[in-house]
Design a protein around this ligand. Structure first.
Ligand code: NAD
Length: 356
C-alpha cells in the first residue's frame, strides 16, 4: 500500500513508527484527526503477520476513533497504537515503559489507554514515562459497565423513537453474548423490569453465571437468537453478526447492542436493516459509554459527571435516527455525517485568532 496516498485519501495527520533496541518494542501510532482535540485511542498488542497488516489495522482503528469521539461529544480526536508482538512473550515493565517514552515524545498529541491484550497494569508502567495515558487503576475503572450503561440508554432512545415510549418494562429483549458488556446490560434491563430477556452465549462460565444470578433470563440456541419474536435484538458479542443470512431472520423492530462493527458490510447491511423497517443504533455511538468514562480522567475523574455524559447518548441517537429518516440513509451513515458535521463546525469556530 502507498501510505501517503492512503493518508491523503482519508485525511490522516501522522503515522509514527517506533522501535526500541533495548526491549525489541516495535509499534506504530497513528493520529487520524485532531481538529477537536488530542487523539485518544488504546494500544493493541497483536502478533501481526507483517508490517502491512499492522499498518492497515492502525489506520482503520484510528479513523474509527475520530468518529467515535466526535459523535460522543468529546473534545478529542482519533488515534490508536498497535504494538507488534506475541502478548505471551513480549510484556514486561521495561517494554511498556519504553512505549510510554514514545507516547511522551508526541507531546500530548496522542493519549493512550488499554485495548486488546493490554491491561490497566500495563498502562501503570506506561504512566511512569508519560502524562498522556488514561484508564489507570483506581481512576475511571472497568469501562465495560459504563459501555453497557450507554447501551441501556441507547436502547431506551430507540424504543422512544419507534414506539413513543421508553419504559423498559413494556418490552422483550434478545441479548447475544453475556460477557463484559452483555452481562451488565442484562442487569440494567432487569433492574428496569424488562418483560422478558432471552440470551445466547457460547461460554459455559458466562452461561452458568447468568443462570445462577438470574434464572429468569432464558437461554436459547446460538442460531435461534435472531428470529425470536422480541422488540429488541441486542448484539453484544463479536462483530459481523448482522449480515445477509441473519438480517432476514430478525423480527425485532430494534437492533441495539455493544458489538463493534456489528454490520458485516456497513453500507449494504445498514440499508438492508432500514429497508426492512428495523431501527439500528449505530455501534460507535451507542457503545461510546466506556470511552466517555475514560475521557473523564482527563479532567479529574468524577463518576457522577461521567454518567451524566453517558446518558447523553440517548438524545444523540434520537438526533441521528431523525437525520437518517430525513435523508433516507442508514443510521450508520447518519452517525458518520453527524460526527463529520461536528468536526467541521467546531473546527470552523477555531479559525479566529486568540492569543494564548
Ligand atoms: P466479551 O468477550 O467480554 O463478551 C462477548 C461475549 O460474547 C462472550 O461471553 C462470548 O462468549 C460471547 N459470544 C461470542 N460469540 C458468540 C456467539 N456467536 N453467540 C453468542 N455469544 C457469543 O466482550 P465485551 O467486552 O462484552 O464486548 C462485546 C462487544 O462490544 C465487542 O464487539 C466489543 O468490541 C464491543 N465493545 C466493548 C466495550 C467494552 O467496554 N467492553 C466497549 C465498546 C465496544
Amino acid at each position: 500500500m502507498n501510505k501517503f496516498d492512503y493518508m491523503q485519501k482519508h485525511g490522516y495527520e501522522q503515522l509514527v513508527y517506533f522501535y526500541d533496541k533495548t526491549t525489541g518494542l516495535k509499534g506504530i501510532t497513528c493520529i487520524h484527526d485532531t481538529t477537536l482535540g488530542p487523539a485518544l485511542g488504546g494500544t493493541r498488542l497483536w502478533d501481526y503477520q507483517d508490517e502491512e497488516e499492522a499498518c492497515l489495522d492502525v489506520f482503520r482503528l484510528a479513523r474509527a476513533m475520530t468518529y467515535k469521539a466526535a459523535a460522543a461529544g468529546l473534545n478529542l480526536g482519533g488515534g490508536k497504537t498497535v504494538l507488534i508482538g506475541d502478548a505471551n512473550k513480549v510484556k514486561s515493565e521495561e517494554y511498556f515503559r519504553a512505549f510510554g517514552r514514545y507516547v511522551q515524545s508526541l507531546n500530548g498529541r496522542y493519549i493512550t489507554a488499554e485495548d486488546v491484550n493490554t491491561t490497566t497494569q500495563d498502562m501503570e508502567y506506561v504512566s511512569i514515562e508519560t502524562d498522556y495515558v488514561v484508564g489507570l487503576e483506581g481512576k475511571s475503572g472497568n469501562p465495560s459497565p459504563k459501555t453497557a450503561l450507554g447501551v441501556f440508554y441507547g436502547i431506551k432512545a430507540a424504543l422512544q423513537y419507534v414506539f413513543g415510549d421508553d419504559d423498559i418494562s413494556k418490552y422483550t429483549f434478545a441479548v447475544q453474548g453475556a460477557g463484559q458488556t452483555g452481562y451488565y446490560l442484562i442487569k440494567y434491563l432487569l433492574e428496569a423490569k424488562a418483560k422478558k430477556i432471552y440470551l445466547s452465549e457460547i461460554n459455559e462460565n458466562h452461561i452458568k453465571r447468568m443462570q445462577a444470578e438470574h434464572p429468569e433470563v432464558e437461554l436459547v440456541g446460538v442460531n435461534d437468537i435472531y428470529s425470536l419474536d422480541v422488540d429488541v435484538f441486542s448484539p453484544c458479542a463479536l462483530g459481523g453478526s448482522l449480515n445477509d443470512e441473519t438480517i432476514p431472520q430478525i423480527k425485532a423492530k430494534i437492533v441495539a447492542g455493544s458489538a463493534n462493527n456489528a454490520l458485516f458490510d456497513e453500507e449494504k447491511h445498514g440499508m438492508m436493516l432500514r429497508e426492512r423497517g428495523i431501527l439500528y443504533a449505530p455501534d460507535f455511538v451507542i457503545n461510546a459509554g466506556g470511552l466517555i468514562n475514560v475521557a473523564h480522567e482527563l479532567k479529574g475523574y468524577n463518576e457522577e459527571d461521567a454518567i451524566k455524559d453517558i446518558k447523553k447518548i440517548y438524545d444523540r441517537l434520537l438526533e441521528i435516527f431523525k437525520m437518517a429518516d430525513e435523508n433516507n440513509i442508514s443510521t450508520q451513515q447518519a452517525a458518520k455525517l453527524f460526527a463529520k458535521n461536528r468536526i467541521e463546525k467546531i473546527g470552523r469556530i477555531r479559525s479566529n485568532y486568540i492569543p494564548k
